[in-house]
Ligand binder design. Structure first.
Ligand SMILES: N[C@@H](CCC(=O)N[C@@H](CS)C(=O)NCC(=O)O)C(=O)O
Length: 197
């Protein structure tokens, strides 16, 4: 199978989501570690909003992790990472979207960005109040929602799917920001995240 190229860093949760899909489908890849903040004109042309990941293969694709994962699903159908049932497939896509947008907002922008990107990339101070606010107000709402959809046992939809992959990718960054799910308060979410890792 031909090797594909992924423009993006291992540190990005959206890149990680695509890499997990590539690994599960045993598709060889190489990483172009362009950092979006410093990408050149070529990067702006292939990623107009200057975001990673971008998958580069012989088809010249648009960016966006969900679009890339959908493309990989159609080009390399096995193993299936979207449920067979139509309604479950819609639910899985919703959880992917929830992870990408809401969890992205909270775990990436409000936490990881504050504790990692601001100091390491921009040399700016972490806004501790913003971090505290996210931990107090935003994170609990996300975790409550996940607790309501996490299965009693095993995976949502019975097998590893794009939903679990998307959710797990965010918890890795949350962990980099020294955040862990409290298993006593949210046992289903903690168990679900632990099997996804
Ligand atoms: N919806 C996009 C989001 C991608 C995204 O926000 N990537 C971040 C890295 S984790 C990025 O490139 N940030 C650069 C910036 O905001 O300038 C996707 O799913 O690919």
């Amino acid at each position: 199978m031909r090797r594909v190229q992924i423009i993006g860093s291992y540190l990005s949760l959206y890149v990680r989501k695509v890499l997990v899909v590539l690994d599960l489908k045993v598709i060889p890849y190489e990483i172009d570690p362009t950092v979006p903040f410093f990408g050149d004109d070529r990067f702006s042309r292939i990623s107009p909003v200057r975001r990673i990941p971008v998958l580069v293969d012989d088809h010249g694709l648009p960016p966006d992790s969900s679009i890339v994962c959908q493309y990989l699903k159609e080009r390399y159908p096995e193993p299936r990472l979207y449920p067979t049932d139509l309604a479950d497939r819609a639910r899985a896509r919703w959880l992917e979207e929830y992870a990408d947008s809401r969890m992205g907002e909270v775990f990436f922008w409000k936490l990881f960005n504050q504790v990692a990107i601001k100091p390491a990339v921009w040399g700016e101070q972490t806004d501790s109040r913003a971090v505290e606010d996210a931990l107090k107000n935003d994170v609990p709402l996300v975790l409550d929602y996940l607790e309501s959809i996490a299965p009693l046992d095993g995976f949502v939809f019975g097998a590893v799917s794009i939903a679990g992959i998307s959710i797990a990718s965010f918890f890795r960054n949350a962990e980099f920001a020294r955040f862990q799910v409290d298993a006593a308060r949210r046992p289903l979410t903690a168990a679900y995240v632990s099997i996804l890792f």
